[in-house]
Write a protein that binds this ligand. Structure first.
Ligand code: DC
Length: 227
């Protein structure tokens, strides 16, 4: 039997990462942060000095990506690229913008597909991304599309980055979020749209606990876990 998969898709800053982590933690399930894979490829490309439009070069990087998702002794996230800790590095706006750009290339998305599907292991998987419910796990029994207003998302990202990426302003972030939304939603392959059978949750004004509770109730109603 295939392990159960819950997909959580939506635009950047909607809270997918936080909600997915909380849900996976509560269930003791695996977690796929698919955006981190795109960020890793973009980061590796920047490190190797690849031209931003080098499709073949980035696709080769995606095919051969030597990454590891783990946890530190204190339980915090650890992401490694060729054995080097890049957990912080891939969260920069440069890596995020790069990820959004390379994510528009179909051959690069294909190169990452099997790697993402391999995360579906017992007892279950919470998959966070843009096309988890539409492309990567189309038969998932629970699909969530998490959104929030652009203003709220820019503010959340600002608070997240403060202290990590010092040169960043709220106005610049709002502009970048709008640009990335546009690119992610209008690209010809795997555009950011809710799956036909996804449940849309607007997280504007909701706490993390409130959103997790809604997802928890939905999964319980579908028999994915005990309510
Ligand atoms: O979720 P994130 O901000 O870490 O994702 C970075 C970029 O990667 C995002 O702008 C779009 C792309 N992405 C994608 O195209 N498909 C996914 N499943 C996840 C991310």
């Amino acid at each position: 039997m295939n392990p159960a998969v819950v997909t959580i898709d939506g635009p950047s800053g909607a809270g997918k990462g936080t909600i997915s982590r909380a849900l996976a933690g509560r269930l003791g399930w695996h977690l796929l942060d698919s955006g981190a894979l795109y960020r890793l490829v973009a980061f590796a490309g920047l490190q190797q000095g690849l031209a931003a439009d080098d499709r073949a070069g980035h696709t080769r990087l995606a095919q051969a990506l030597d990454s590891r998702f783990g946890a530190r002794a204190d339980g915090t996230e650890l992401i490694e690229l060729q054995g080097v800790d890049v957990t912080q590095g891939i969260r920069s706006e440069a890596s995020g913008m790069g990820a959004s750009r390379i994510a528009a290339w179909p051959e690069l998305r294909s190169a990452l597909l099997a790697r993402q599907q391999a995360f579906a292991q017992p007892p279950g998987l919470v998959a966070d991304g843009r096309d988890m419910g539409t492309v990567v796990f189309p038969t998932a029994p629970l699909k969530i599309f998490l959104m929030a207003t652009p203003e709220e998302r820019a503010l959340r990202r600002y608070k997240q980055l403060k202290g990590k990426d010092s040169g960043v302003s709220l106005a610049a972030l709002s502009r970048e979020i709008a640009a990335r939304d546009r690119r992610d939603a209008t690209r010809p392959v795997a555009p950011l749209v809710p799956a036909g059978d996804a449940v849309v949750i607007d997280s504007t004004g909701l706490s993390v606990a409130e959103v997790v509770e809604r997802v928890w109730r939905l999964g319980g109603e579908r028999g994915l876990w005990q309510k």
